[in-house]
Write a protein that binds this ligand. Structure first.
Ligand code: PEP
Ligand code: MN
Length: 308
């Protein structure tokens, strides 16, 4: 793997590495980076209106700033996505069916869930972040979503990069678990070169040979925080302790470490009944665990002269 060289900084990533640039990454009034930490919390998947309403209230009370929730799930296998299945007839997905919906049907279902998360976010004053996986869904998503997440699987998706370069809405760009910081900065430069500056990075773990089991699915590259701060000082850096650890009992520890290392915030999955979450039941936190973690983060933030 190549290190980032002086030549890279001069020729390949000159814009993202600038330190004299006044970058403004603001999500509907919530400014990312700076002294204040930003916590994005919510379910992996928006399952129902009741679920997302309940979660929005709980994470807001605990001090979260953004509401996250997926309406398209880019999963490893085709049968694990309850959001991609047919309806019960009452507008909710039928968990037991394994139908693979057409794109048009999937969009229709996604739009219903987007309306739920938008309503939940507005009710509790939480801007909404959701993942985009199809460039042609941008117009459909835009009225409902305040920040777009690019998941690790789509880090190099040129269609998405080009489409998202044209929106004013900020982007959370996740690093693929097998990709270098050099590549991540390269993707960021693709945005910069197109005049798109309001994005933030999200580290969600790297995979090394001994990590092929649940106990260590992937390892948060904690050094990515200071490294990205050195290479791209104006870009906010987030950590996702949920998808990296894939294990509930590790999430709080890795979250505390991330904040201590200087991350600008976290992306955490929260669910009222984690073992029964439709997607990612193994790492979602319940409301009590999330609230307890927020208190700990507050303490760490204070020591570092930051606020929550
Ligand atoms: C997610 O945040 O819901 C997600 C699927 O993330 P990742 O791309 O990191 O797996
Ligand atoms: Mn998830």
């Amino acid at each position: 793997m190549k290190d980032i060289s002086k030549g890279d900084i001069e020729n390949n990533i000159p814009l993202v590495t600038r330190n004299d640039f006044d970058r403004d990454v603001t999500v509907k009034g919530v400014k990312l980076g700076g002294k204040r930490l930003t916590i994005m919390a919510g379910p992996c998947a928006v399952e129902s209106k009741t679920q997302i309403m309940e979660i929005a209230q709980a994470v807001k009370e605990a001090g979260a700033h953004l509401l996250r929730g997926g309406v398209f799930k880019p999963l490893t296998f085709p049968y694990g996505d309850p959001l991609g299945r047919a309806d019960t007839g009452s507008g909710e997905a039928d968990r037991d069916r394994k139908d693979i919906l057409s794109k048009a049907e999937a969009y229709q279902k996604a739009e219903r869930r987007l309306a739920y998360i938008k309503e939940a976010g507005e009710k509790h004053g939480l801007p909404v972040i959701s993942e985009i996986i199809y460039a042609d869904s941008l117009a459909m998503l835009s009225p409902y979503v305040d920040m777009f997440q690019i998941g690790y699987r789509h880090m190099f998706n040129m269609d998405l990069i080009i489409a998202l370069s044209k929106t004013d809405k900020p982007i959370l760009l996740k690093r693929h678990y097998g990709e270098s910081l050099r590549s991540l900065l390269g993707v960021a430069e693709h945005f910069e070169a197109r005049g798109k500056h309001n994005f933030a990075f999200c580290e969600r773990g790297v995979v090394v040979p001994h990590t092929h089991n649940v106990e260590s699915r992937s390892i948060i590259d904690i050094q990515a925080v200071p490294a990205l701060k050195e290479y791209a000082p104006t870009v906010p850096v987030f950590i996702d302790p949920s998808h990296s650890t894939f294990k509930r009992s590790y999430v709080a520890s890795v979250s505390r470490a991330a904040i201590a290392a200087g991350a600008d915030g976290l992306l955490i999955e929260v669910h009222p009944d984690p073992p029964n979450a439709w997607v990612d039941p193994l790492h979602s936190l319940d409301f009590k665990a999330f609230a307890a973690l927020m208190k700990e983060i507050q303490g760490i933030a204070e020591v570092l002269g930051r606020t929550l």
